[in-house]
Design a protein around this ligand. Structure first.
Ligand SMILES: Cc1ncc(COP(=O)(O)O)c(C=O)c1O
Length: 301
């Protein structure tokens, strides 16, 4: 599969910036979710499982991607959703509403209960409740997901000096690191606060040609500022490329800032991976409207 890679015209003659439009792979199974699900869906079929069960929060890209993949590939889908308060509000939540329309069944749990998502007893109880299922962890990250993400880079990508990727659970960047070329640096932009992700990635990869830039989480997961929204909107108006506020917006903000501060040496050729997440804009905009803040421009408005 050949994915469109666009050159971004930037105001700096010393470096070149490109963006790989993985977000265009599929409107709902976008970007890294397509990569993460590819081998997992094959494995689920091989194991004769007819149900996929996964986890996610209010506007989870993973929840919607699994609902959509299940509907396309004939799996029943179950979503364990963080936040009991969302149960009566599905109609107000574009992500959950779409997932439900695609046939996903939900179980809403408290934030406390949700923390057990990797706990063996919790999973056993879910099996008693729902019967046999193929488990896709939160964010969709497991060994097969990483194998899928190894296919983001292709043989022609050795021309790039840097590959940039946003980070949640660390699965996507791990696949990219595994398939990166010698001499290439993989730069990750965590969208969460905290250093734990570095250890997670170390467990998944064997190479050391990577580093994390932790200065662009904007206060933590799901947190956004006016400055970030303004950047996302300006980027969209200038390049006609939508960015999501949780992952890719923060990464592109970071790359832009680093370029301006001469982080990348002269002659660098940077490839930023657009990992998708555009479906989440609508839900974020609902929140922003309620807070009477500037919203994110999309072609759906
Ligand atoms: C759109 C988008 N980009 C990037 C990421 C980060 O990927 P990972 O969790 O594999 O680090 C996610 C979360 O999975 C995502 O939904």
């Amino acid at each position: 599969m050949k994915i469109n890679t666009q050159k971004i015209a930037i105001n700096n003659p010393d470096v070149e910036l490109y963006i790989r439009r993985e977000d265009l792979i599929h409107p709902l199974i976008s970007g890294n979710k397509f990569r993460k699900l590819k081998y997992n869906l094959i494995e689920a079929k091989n194991k004769n499982e007819s149900t996929l069960l996964t986890f996610g929060g209010a506007f989870s890209n993973n929840i919607l991607a699994v609902a959509s993949a299940g509907s396309e590939s004939n799996f029943k889908t179950i979503g364990i959703i963080r936040g009991e308060e969302l149960e009566g509000k599905i109609d107000e939540n574009p992500t959950l509403k779409k997932a439900q329309e695609l046939g996903m069944q939900f179980k809403f749990v408290s934030r406390e209960e949700y923390r057990n998502k990797n706990n063996k007893d919790f999973i056993t109880n879910l099996k008693s409740e729902f019967g046999s299922f193929y488990l896709l962890p939160e964010g969709g990250t497991n060994d097969l997901a990483i194998k899928g993400c190894e296919e983001i880079l292709t043989n022609e990508d050795d021309i790039f000096t840097h590959i940039c990727c946003s980070i949640g659970t660390g699965g996507t960047i791990s696949g990219i690191i595994n398939s990166s070329f010698n001499g290439q640096q993989v730069v990750g932009f965590p969208s969460l606060k905290g250093d734990f992700i570095s250890n997670e990635i170390s467990n998944f990869v064997k190479k050391s040609n990577w580093n994390l830039i932790s200065d662009y989480h904007f206060g933590g997961y799901g947190k956004i500022t006016e400055e970030l929204i303004r950047f996302i909107n300006e980027f969209y108006l200038e390049y006609n490329i939508p960015l999501d506020p949780i992952y890719t917006g923060k990464m592109m903000f970071g790359i832009n800032d680093l370029i301006q501060n001469n982080y990348f040496s002269k002659g660098s050729k940077i490839l930023a991976i657009h990992t998708g997440g555009i479906q989440g804009i609508q839900g974020m905009n609902e929140l922003l409207k309620k807070q009477k803040r500037e919203i994110i421009i999309t072609n759906e408005i």
